[in-house]
Design a protein around this ligand. Structure first.
Ligand SMILES: Cc1ncc(COP(=O)(O)O)c(C=O)c1O
Length: 410
């Protein structure tokens, strides 16, 4: 910056903010480093990405393209009508568990963009959003960075298997020192890979309605199921989805295409859709990407094969990962969905503190050269849980990484 030409107050605040949590910075610092042997190479298991399916995607992504002239020009900023029509029919069948019309669908540049714009129109600066923990670390950025809203954590406990209870919701709501406007539910849950039960969903929605807050349902891992518990879409268990419920999904996880940046929302609430649409120009999905995703979703034969293949690879990786963890003496919380699970390192902490958790994360990074997501980043109520993303590397690499962690712990 040139001296004497200061940034705005909000610009200065943003420029002082670290753009990335330390565990993500550590990943990008190491991921391209060269190592003399595979046994020394850095293994990143801290970022929620599915790297097991590129060979299933590559043929349709790199197929000779047939981009129409229309995709090169301006179109509806919330997604072309053709794309939203395809999305509505795909997501009604596979994700939302109920029929949704294309007019109620909005596509933007990733789930993060959808959430940020959605919170922008649901609350004002200083208003609170209830976020159950353990939680996806990025919600703090989505909610607080530009929207200026405040995350109100709803802590659940390891003893209950981190289930979501009305008592915890009520306690967080009563204890909040800001007016709460929204409840954000993520299902399947990041970072536990749990699928919420029908009762948990029904009770949380009924409770949110009793206190009159909006309900945002983030189902970004809806299709990434690998266990025996089926995913239950919230729209299929709530009979009266109303103007207070807004649903989010994206291609980032279930289609392993986080770099393409396409998130999707649906809401019956016309005012919410109009307000989000007014901001969509700054977060739209490129015409080229819309065309590609539209083509992929319409190829029903490829789609069926992809979903089956993707799930069986997640299942294999999860099974081998959990076997390796058991052999290494590292307890974990069983998961049924998503790309990760929570490992319980509490017995390996020198004392039950966040400093001790940080020291353990650092030791695993420095000595084993393996990066896990610290539980502190997931705002877990107690120290000692680290998230392991088992889909970020092939199963044999994950197994080798767990063996290295075990050596470090010994
Ligand atoms: C629960 C959850 N929501 C949102 C996101 C952000 O997704 P996107 O890359 O589509 O912005 C993530 C990414 O990890 C996530 O886990």
């Amino acid at each position: 910056m040139t001296a004497g030409t200061p940034l705005s107050r909000r610009g200065s605040k943003l420029s002082d903010t670290s753009p990335m949590p330390e565990y993500i910075q550590a990943h990008f610092d190491r991921v391209d480093q060269e190592y003399s042997s595979a046994s020394e190479r850095y293994v990143g298991l801290a970022v929620a990405e599915n790297k097991l399916v590129w060979d299933l995607l590559e043929p349709v992504i790199n197929d000779p393209r047939d981009v129409p002239a229309r995709a090169a020009g301006y179109d509806d900023m919330v997604g072309s009508e053709a794309f939203r029509t395809t999305l509505a029919s795909f997501a009604s069948e596979h994700i939302w568990g109920r029929e949704v019309d294309a007019s109620q669908v909005i596509a933007l540049a990733g789930a993060g963009a959808v959430l940020e714009l959605l919170f922008h129109v649901l609350g004002d600066p200083g208003d609170g959003v209830l976020v159950p923990t353990p939680s996806y670390a990025g919600f703090w950025m989505d909610i607080e960075s530009r929207d200026g809203m405040v995350v109100v954590p709803v802590h659940s406990r390891a003893e209950t298997g981190f289930t979501l209870s009305v008592a915890d919701l009520q306690a967080a709501y009563d204890g909040a020192d800001v007016p709460v406007r929204v409840l954000l539910l993520t299902n399947p849950v990041n970072p536990t890979g749990r699928i919420l039960s029908t009762d948990e969903i029904r009770n949380a929605v009924a409770w949110a309605r009793s206190v009159g807050v909006h309900i945002v349902i983030n189902e970004i891992y809806a299709l990434s199921t690998h266990g025996d518990t089926p995913f239950v879409p919230t729209g299929s268990v709530i009979d009266d989805v109303g103007d207070d419920m807004h649903f989010v999904w994206a291609f980032s996880k279930d289609f392993a295409m986080s770099g393409f940046r396409c998130g999707v929302m649906t809401s019956q609430n016309e005012d919410v859709r109009a307000a989000v649409s007014a901001l969509a120009y700054w977060a739209c999905v490129s015409g080229d990407t819309q065309h590609l995703l539209d083509t992929m979703l319409q190829d029903t034969e490829w789609l069926a094969g992809y979903l089956t293949g993707m799930r069986s690879r997640l299942r294999e990786s999860y099974t081998r990962t959990t076997a390796a963890l058991s052999a290494a003496g590292i307890p974990y919380i069983p998961a049924d969905a998503a790309l990760f699970l929570l490992c319980d390192f509490r017995q390996y902490l020198s004392e039950p503190t966040w400093d001790a958790e940080d020291a353990l994360w650092r030791r695993i990074l420095d000595e084993a050269n393996v990066n896990l997501t610290p539980g502190s980043a997931c705002h877990i109520a107690e120290p000692g849980f680290l998230r392991l993303c088992f889909a970020q590397e092939p199963p044999d690499v994950v197994e080798a990484a767990i063996a290295r962690i075990a050596r470090t712990l010994r």
